[in-house]
Write a protein that binds this ligand. Structure first.
Ligand SMILES: N[C@@H](CCC(=O)N[C@@H](CS)C(=O)NCC(=O)O)C(=O)O
Length: 203
């Protein structure tokens, strides 16, 4: 299977972490939807990474759908409980973490707009979402080792990737000081080889 991804995309990183945890072989095709010669819109009409092409030639996006597909391959460890309320709860953690990532991506794009077009108010609005999202994650974690019970699940990976993205793009937010309850969890997750090996390049 092939994964089309940019090396800085947090959503693509989530999928790369899952592939690494499950030791699933894949070909990484680096492609950025922001480049003029990108192939992404041919594969995903929304023009976004990640995109996964299965060995059978089927194409899947976006990252929650790809995560669901990878689960069907049956490789361990399972990162989603079998269908049911427990699976919905893991998906809720993923959605909350992805929402923090969405707000960070939106704030970054806004901050890169030229003078006169940039809205500081919009950046602040997105940063509020980040802060509220992290506060809710901290509350839900409640000092435990993982969000949806042991062992690690998809939601834990999404949270770790969201925090890693804040480190990359918004170190000034200093989430560690504002949400110290997330720090031991993040340190454990960041130490895993799947996260170490998928660290985004600076820039
Ligand atoms: N909900 C999507 C979000 C994907 C996404 O926004 N990817 C960004 C890269 S970090 C992208 O490709 N942006 C290009 C664009 O918005 O045109 C997912 O989870 O896969």
């Amino acid at each position: 299977m092939k994964l089309l991804a940019s090396l800085t995309s947090p959503y693509a990183r989530k999928i790369r972490v899952i592939l690494a945890e499950k030791a699933l072989p894949f070909e990484l095709v680096v492609d950025s939807p922001w480049e003029a010669n990108t192939r992404i819109p041919e594969l995903n009409p929304l023009g976004k990474v990640p995109v996964l092409i299965t060995d059978e030639g089927e194409t899947f996006f976006d990252s929650p759908v790809i995560a669901g597909y990878l689960e069907t391959l049956g490789a361990s460890p399972a990162l989603l409980p079998p269908a049911g309320l427990d699976a919905v709860r893991v998906r809720q953690t993923e959605a909350l973490a992805d929402g923090v990532t969405d707000a960070a991506v939106t704030a970054l794009l806004e901050s890169r707009r030229p003078d006169g077009e940039r809205s500081e108010r919009e950046i602040a609005r997105q940063k509020d979402k980040i802060d509220r999202g992290l506060a809710e994650l901290e509350r839900r974690l409640d000092g435990r080792h993982a969000f949806n019970g042991s062992p690690m699940q998809l939601g834990d990976i999404a949270v770790a990737v969201a925090l890693g993205y804040l480190d990359l793009r918004f170190p000034d937010i200093d989430w560690r000081s504002r949400h110290p309850g997330l720090v031991p969890f993040a340190e454990r997750m960041f130490a895993r080889s799947s996260l170490r090996d998928t660290q985004p390049p600076a820039g």
